[in-house]
Design a protein around this ligand. Structure first.
Ligand SMILES: NC(=O)c1ccc[n+]([C@@H]2O[C@H](COP(=O)([O-])OP(=O)(O)OC[C@H]3O[C@@H](n4cnc5c(N)ncnc54)[C@H](OP(=O)(O)O)[C@@H]3O)[C@@H](O)[C@H]2O)c1
Length: 126
């Protein structure tokens, strides 16, 4: 979740938009230890307790962290459900549990490394 970068943005009043707010399940490399976030047992447990979908839990978690979320779906039902995240609030305990899914750099899927010379930018790795 790039906490350091978000802290700098907070300090300067810059609002951050989540890239892959659902963890881009079509790109995630599935392992036993790290299943796609929309299928993760912890997210599923909170979703079941709340009567929500895993996607709604993931989106709400980001929103409560002050992030903008623009989830994409080609399915109308999912688009509608993905909007229904303003009628509940995750508790501090649920937020802390979901925060444990943060993998910092290890979970980063979009590295921009296809831009040649990117790593020579003076502010790399941002
Ligand atoms: N400018 C750029 O270079 C760039 C690059 C990447 C992304 N983006 C933007 O960022 C936004 C999101 O990116 P993204 O689509 O890659 O990542 P994402 O929103 O994290 O994931 C979208 C994927 O999640 C699935 N999904 C959606 N709702 C779901 C639900 N309720 N339950 C389970 N799965 C669900 C979608 O499948 P279905 O469609 O089959 O529902 C789709 O495969 C998009 O608006 C995209 O345009 C921009």
């Amino acid at each position: 979740m790039q906490r350091d970068m978000r802290a700098v943005c907070d300090k300067h009043g810059i609002t951050v938009c989540a890239f892959y707010p659902l963890g881009a399940p079509y790109l995630e490399i599935r392992t036993e230890e790290h299943p796609p976030l929309v299928e993760h047992p912890l997210v599923a447990k909170i979703a079941s307790q709340r009567g929500k979908t895993t996607a709604q839990i993931l989106l709400r978690h980001l929103i409560q962290h002050g992030l903008i979320v623009i989830p994409k779906s080609v399915r109308v039902e999912r688009v509608k459900k993905n909007f229904q995240v303003f009628d509940f609030e995750l508790s501090a305990e649920e937020m802390a549990q979901l925060d444990t899914l943060n993998r910092d750099g290890a979970g980063r899927m979009f590295t921009c490394d296809f831009y040649k010379g990117f790593e020579r930018h003076p502010e790399y790795p941002f």
